[in-house]
Design a protein around this ligand. Structure first.
Ligand SMILES: *Cc1c(COP(=O)(O)O)cnc(C)c1O
Length: 362
């Protein structure tokens, strides 16, 4: 058994307090990085070893490293939140650790131990605590990932891996966190196929979605909504967020998990919180024709996307080659706003948490 205690090597030249404050004044998303990273190595002979929290720095990669050729890569995304007492907390990190394991299994990578995954997040948040924004929309976004770094061009599961976590001080994901997004209905490109990697959080799924995302941007839309690959009929999810529909009788509907839908932790949390609040949540297939009809008839009052980065983002308008429809009045609806408040209050420790989701780091 390898020893996965993290050795701590403090960055000898961290950013000055002044530089840090300037960077954090308007951090945007994924641009402002902290002083440290967590890194652990795997080799077939030694197992997982060399666990460190160390100065954030470029990682040397051999040009024949397997990830550069065959894309054995997975990642996660979770946030550390500043709490009212000046401490910090994580939200359901064990769910990310478990999903990371499942993603590794799908990509034929060596799973990273779940306790070490959680320890890496906690230690990084502790050492980079000054980088956690204390603004209402701010948080420290943690990005654990794993790559195959065996130097070999043969096609097979690699025998060497690197696990790394980096951290980024972030504000809100979309420019206007109270606004709505317009989504582009992708009728040509699909994101994930039955039997494929859609339920694994791997970079390859994102690479496959970027042409559709570019098409959306050309059409003035912020996000893409994908249909199922087999029939191009059922709404699956956005490029990086799950989707919910709200009906006039107050019920919610979200597509059921499958091997082409990413099992979002925000999705799962919303289902739980909505049911506890007395709402009916159905996990059912939802066809694009039905979506058009339900919006036209007024039966559907809201739709929203959800994920860790942007929490809950109302969908105001849907456009496609032959579609252009507006949901509600293209404003954030009451159900989306209510669920957002329920979730954010738990994440930030403003309310009691019956599920053990809120986990204090310090
Ligand atoms: C990460 C991700 C989500 C959202 O998952 P959360 O755990 O809620 O952040 C949804 N869809 C895709 C494709 C994703 O990669």
């Amino acid at each position: 058994m390898s020893d996965l205690t993290f050795e701590i090597e403090t960055n000898a030249a961290p950013r000055s307090a002044g530089d840090r404050a300037a960077l954090m004044a308007n951090p945007g998303f994924g641009k402002v990085f902290t002083d440290h990273m967590a890194i652990v190595r795997y080799s077939a002979g030694r197992g997982w070893h060399d666990a460190k929290i160390t100065a954030r720095a470029p990682i040397p990669l051999d040009p024949a490293a397997a990830v550069l050729h065959y894309a054995q890569e997975i990642f996660e995304g979770l946030k550390a939140y500043r709490t009212a007492d000046g401490g910090a907390a994580l939200f359901r990190p064990e769910a990310n650790a478990l999903r990371f394991r499942r993603s590794a299994e799908r990509m034929a990578m060596v799973p990273f131990p779940e306790e070490a995954f959680i320890a890496a997040q906690r230690k990084l948040v502790e050492i980079d605590r000054d980088w956690i924004p204390d603004t209402p929309d701010g948080s420290l976004y943690l990005r654990p990932f794993m790559i195959a770094n065996e130097v070999f061009l043969g096609v097979k599961p690699a025998s060497e891996y690197l696990f790394i976590t980096i951290a980024s001080a972030v504000g809100s994901y979309f420019k206007d966190p109270n606004g709505t997004v317009t989504v582009w209905l992708s009728e040509h490109y699909t994101r994930a196929a039955p039997g494929g990697t859609g339920a694994a959080k791997c970079g390859g799924n994102y690479a496959a979605s970027l042409a559709a995302q570019a098409e959306a941007a050309n059409q003035g839309c912020e996000q893409v909504v994908f249909l199922d690959a087999a029939e191009r009929r059922y709404v699956e999810e956005l490029g990086g967020m799950n989707v919910f529909f709200v009906f006039e009788d107050g019920t919610l509907l979200t597509p059921p998990l499958s091997d082409s839908i990413l099992p979002g932790i925000t999705r799962d949390s919303i289902i739980t919180l909505a049911r506890e609040a007395g709402m009916t949540v159905r996990e059912e297939l939802y066809g694009i024709d039905q979506w058009r009809d339900d919006v036209r008839s007024g039966r559907q009052t809201e739709a929203f996307a959800c994920g860790t980065a942007a929490v809950i983002t109302p969908i105001g308008r849907v456009r496609g080659r032959e579609d252009d429809f507006t949901i509600g009045n293209a404003v954030a609806g009451p159900v989306a706003r209510r669920l957002r408040t329920l979730l954010v209050d738990i994440q930030r420790g403003n309310t009691s948490d019956a599920h053990g989701w809120f986990q204090k780091v310090f």
